[in-house]
Write a protein that binds this ligand. Structure first.
Ligand SMILES: [Zn+2]
Length: 116
């Protein structure tokens, strides 16, 4: 699979670096599209992930479908980065602030919150 080949290049992209890449590639378009339309693209991509997950489960967990699921997840993360860029939110700061290596609710790693 393509993404396994990319990982084998042993280049680990940091979250901030990925967000900056999305900014270099798409910021002008993202800024002109705006918050609401960019959010709609995220929702559309989540729908495509739902379809890929359904196909995976209907195909008796065909491993080829896993690649499609991975690509849909990548699209969602890319669109999230675009939205964060429009709003001037640093994703890496937000993630580490919300999830500082422990569960934000119980403060433990692994989480020990009651399972609901
Ligand atoms: Zn917890």
């Amino acid at each position: 699979m393509i993404f396994k080949k990319l990982i084998s290049l042993k280049y680990i992209m940091q979250i901030r670096e990925f967000q900056q890449l999305m900014k270099r590639l798409y910021f002008e378009r993202d800024k002109n599209r705006g918050i609401s339309k960019t959010f709609l693209w995220i929702v559309e991509e989540v729908g495509e992930l739902a379809e890929a997950l359904r196909k995976y489960q209907e195909s008796d967990k065909n491993k080829n479908e896993i690649h499609n699921i991975a690509m849909e997840i990548a699209d969602i993360v890319a669109w999230i980065a675009s939205l964060a860029n429009i709003l001037e939110i640093d994703l890496e700061d937000a993630l580490y602030s919300k999830y500082p290596s422990v569960c934000p609710k119980c403060g433990k790693n692994p989480c020990s919150c009651a399972f609901k």
